[in-house]
Design a protein around this ligand. Structure first.
Ligand code: ADP
Ligand code: MG
Length: 574
């Protein structure tokens, strides 16, 4: 088999951002592991011996034949691109052909490899500059084992500049976690000093993998959404470079439900594009804004965004570590991301079914029901046949059943029942109405306020109120938010608004003041209307202060609690 690794032509080398990317254990691990993923590996074993400055990455990927092995560490040699046009078709994590070459200048490099379908494996030892020093036949399973030893051995100033071993190992772990989240189908085994350090098992989706990395989070705290989206229409200057652009892109979101999990730092707002974690202040900001007024103060969401975009939309070539990217038509992607997050946060029949119908207990329950002719809630029992929920129309599936303590609405749905706190559910409804339509209407006679400070007057003007002096220590307010109009306490409400905050804070305050109080009796019709309006909100899970709105008693949890999976005959001792 001929070599598929080739040196890049000079003009391509000039186009590629030059840069030394190997500066730590973590960067070595990243480069080697990315090569394994590019080789299609599904099992990767990383071993590190920090005191020996040695790192080994073994994979079950496609492997290399002898020709490729001999070429692999020479300058700018890659099997992944050939020409400058290929820079717009990058589907791999690597493409510069620099990593192995750099490693031969910074460390001792040995590679064992056997191509899939090849009879023999080979061991190659490389010298400075990627020169081949030794070649032997070796017994090895298909795949590749790369060993980097004596890292930075010829450059002691680099070693001295590095943080402590513990910190470096933390960075290695973080690097592997990030990569694993982008490639959930891979099984990982990580060893340090010949002992197992941690493992990550493959999962069907990133959401199913995430609890292995963030153990505080459980599967049910997360909602996954996948959206297929067309690529944006190319603007003029892109047309020359673009090739065929009929491909679809996809947005994959793993969203921590705001009533179940959040963080005190924005450390889990993460963005990946085409298999690679990237820094994108713009997209991170978009994510944070989609969670605005759904979380308690100073808390941040958990949200992992993975964009799978056709490569002609991306310029990876901005910086050597490829962590910064230039994305065409960023506002288009931002809009799509908001759509996706809203879809994940909304309460819909489809979202519910995910959590309710995947548990083992509910499967058992279904089996038991089929035999016993037992039926929970006959009107709704055929919910499996319902037309799948579209993101545009949310059917009302919650039925008001009763009110408890003049505070909680008992709501029944096909998967169980919820207790909904009436005040904050209503507050959520009103808040979103106010955000969509902040309507100020004039009042006659004006509302008179006393003893306002200049800051208070300014604040009221900032949120759009028409306010002017009306005499000694008196001010006249000639308009106010429509929602407050009918209220007797509107002077008090305006005073509250004058105490500060931005428009959104004012909207929260108005919603809170106008929402039905706890302790107020409601009839079934009123409760049903509130439930209907509430389940149509964009962020039904939490109120604008971040408090959870409902407590769910899923049918599966009830079944578990009441031991409904017991076989009746057996529990009677028959
Ligand atoms: P790049 O990844 O940018 O192509 P590298 O220097 O990292 O450059 O690797 C050079 C080439 O060596 C790759 O293009 C690939 O063909 C081959 N290679 C490296 N690691 C592996 C591996 N684990 N399995 C198979 N091939 C590999
Ligand atoms: Mg590489």
């Amino acid at each position: 088999m001929a070599s598929t690794i080739q040196a890049l032509p000079k003009e391509v080398v000039y186009l590629i951002t030059a840069g030394e990317v190997i500066d730590s254990f973590a960067s070595v691990v990243k480069e080697l592991v990315e090569n394994s993923l590019d080789a299609g590996a599904t099992r990767i074993v990383v071993s590190i011996w920090p005191e020996q400055w040695r790192i080994r990455v073994a994979d079950n990927g496609c492997g290399m034949n002898l020709d490729d092995l001999q070429q692999a560490a020479t300058a700018h040699s890659t099997s992944k691109i050939r020409s400058s046009a290929d820079l717009w078709k990058i589907n791999s994590l690597g493409f510069r052909g620099e990593a192995l070459h750099s490693l031969t200048n910074l460390a001792d490099l040995e590679i064992l490899s056997r191509p899939v379908g090849g009879k023999l494996g080979w061991r190659v030892l490389y010298g400075y500059g990627g020169e081949v020093l030794e070649v032997d036949v070796t017994a090895i399973a298909p795949g590749t084992v790369v060993t980097v030893s004596n890292l930075f051995g010829n450059c002691s100033s680099r070693r001295q500049g590095l943080p402590t071993t513990a910190q470096q190992m933390k960075a290695v772990q973080a690097t592997i976690h990030q990569i694993a989240l982008c490639h959930p189908g891979v099984t990982w085994q990580i060893c340090q000093n010949d002992r197992q350090w941690f493992t990550i098992s493959r999962a069907a989706t990133t959401g199913q993998l995430l609890p292995q990395i963030l153990p505080q989070v459980r599967q049910g705290d997360l909602q996954e959404v996948k959206l297929e989206v067309p690529n944006p229409v190319n603007s003029e200057d892109r047309i020359q470079q673009s090739t065929v652009n009929s491909q679809q892109s996809a947005i994959h979101l793993v969203v921590g439900l705001p009533d179940r999990c959040h963080r005190h730092r924005p450390d889990w707002v993460r963005v990946a594009i085409n298999g690679r974690m990237v820094k994108s202040a713009e997209l991170e900001q978009t994510i944070l804004s989609a969670f605005h007024k759904t979380l308690p103060r100073d808390r941040y969401p958990i949200c992992f965004l993975h964009l799978a975009i056709s490569p002609d939309q991306i310029n990876w070539n901005r910086n050597p570590a490829k962590t910064e990217i230039y994305l065409n038509e960023i506002t288009y992607w931002q809009e799509q991301i908001i759509v996706g997050i809203n879809q994940a946060l909304r309460i819909s029949d489809a979202n519910l079914k995910e959590t309710v119908h995947t548990t083992r207990v509910s499967k058992l329950l279904k089996a038991a029901e089929a035999k016993g002719g037992y039926n929970f809630n006959p009107q709704n029992s055929n919910d499996d046949e319902k037309i799948p929920d579209s993101s545009l129309s949310t059917p009302n599936f919650l039925k008001a059943v009763a009110q408890v303590s003049n505070t909680y609405i008992v709501a029944e749905h096909p998967g169980g029942m919820w207790l909904v706190e009436q005040h904050i559910a209503h507050e959520r409804v009103l808040y979103e109405q106010l955000c969509d339509n902040w309507q100020l209407i004039s009042v006659e006679p004006p509302i008179i306020l006393y003893q306002l400070s200049p800051a208070q007057v300014l604040q009221l003007q900032r949120i759009g109120l028409d306010i002017e002096p009306f005499g000694e220590q008196l001010w006249a307010v000639r308009n106010l938010p429509a929602m407050l109009q009918q209220r007797e306490d509107c002077a008090q409400a305006i005073l509250e608004l004058s105490l500060g905050g931005d428009l959104q804070t004012a909207q929260v305050a108005v919603a809170c003041r106008s929402a039905i109080r706890n302790g107020t009796p409601m009839n079934l019709q009123e409760m049903q209307t509130l439930l209907d309006n509430w389940q149509r909100t964009r962020n039904p899970r939490t109120c604008p202060h971040g408090r959870p709105i409902y407590l769910s008693l899923e049918e599966s949890a009830l079944a578990r609690f009441f031991r409904r999976n017991w076989v009746i005959g057996k529990s009677h001792g028959i």
